[in-house]
Design a protein around this ligand. Sequence first.
Ligand code: SF4
Length: 299
Amino acid sequence: MSRPTLARGHGRHYLFPIMTLTLDLTSAQTRAALGANARTPEKPSLVGLSREEMAKALAVAGIPERQRRMRVQQLWHWLYVRGVSDFSQMFNISKDLRSELDRHFTVARPEVVEEQISNDGTRKWLFRFPPRGAGRPVEVETVYIPEEGRGTLCISSQVGCTLTCSFCHTGTQKLVRNLTAEEILAQLLTARDRLGDFPERDTPDGAIVPAEGRKVSNIVMMGMGEPLYNFENVKKALLIASDGDGLSLSKRRITLSTSGVVPEIARTGEEIGVMLAISLHAVRDDLRDAGADQQEVSA
Ligand code: SF4
C-alpha cells in the first residue's frame, strides 16, 4: 500500500506517495540489466587543472613526454577559447588520441536543472554537478545580469555557507562542501554556452545581452558561499579565468566579494590580484558580528 512520506529536495519539502517495486535478483537477466544501468565511475575532468596538472594527467593517460606541452596548449585552446565540451570536436587532435582522452577524462558541462529568465534579461541557472567520488550530486545557483555596456556573472564558490548573514537565504543553509576549481569555472563556461558567448555560437533569440563585446564581460564571486573560505579552489579558478591564452578576463573585471575574512584579504591581493568587494552590512563591529555569525559545521 502507498504511504505518504517527506522527501527533501533543494531546500524544499515535498509530500509524495512511496510505491514498492520488487526485483527478482535470482534472475541472471535482471542482474545483467541492473549492471548495465549502474553508473560508471566518474572520470576526472580536465577543466580547472593548471597547465602543470594537465601535463601530469596526460602522462597518466600515456601521452609521451615530448608531446605533452603541445597537447596542453591544444586542450587549453579548445576548452577556454573555443568553449568545447566534447573531445570529438577537437579537430586538430587525431581521432585515436581523442578517443584515448575520452576514455580517461571528461570535459563535460554540469547538468542544467533549471533556467529562469526575467523580463529585464537576468538569468538564473541551477546547475547540478556529479558526485565526483564519495559524495552526492550538488546543485548551485549562478546568475547573469546584463546591462548596457557589460554582462556580469555572479558565481558560487560553495554549496551552502558556514556564515549566517541575516539578509541572505544561503545563510539559512548549512555548508555542504566547497566547490572545486572545475565546478567554479564550469559555471562560467556553461553560462557562456547558454548565451552564445563562444566563437561561432549563436545568442538565443530575444536574449538581452550587451550590445557589443562579450556577453559575459565581468564576473563576481558573490553567489552561494564565502569565497575566502574556499581560497585555493577560488584562486585556481580565477587564475584560469584571467589567463591571457584562454578565457582572458581582465582581473579588473573580476570581483571577489567577501563578508570580511580579514586574514585572507592580503593573500587575495598577493596571490590572485583581482578586485575585492567587502560587504559592510552594518556601521558598527558589534552589529556586523551579529549579522554574520559563524555556523557550527558538523563534520
Ligand atoms: S557569506 Fe555570502 S552566502 Fe554566506 S551567508 Fe553571508 S551573504 Fe550569504
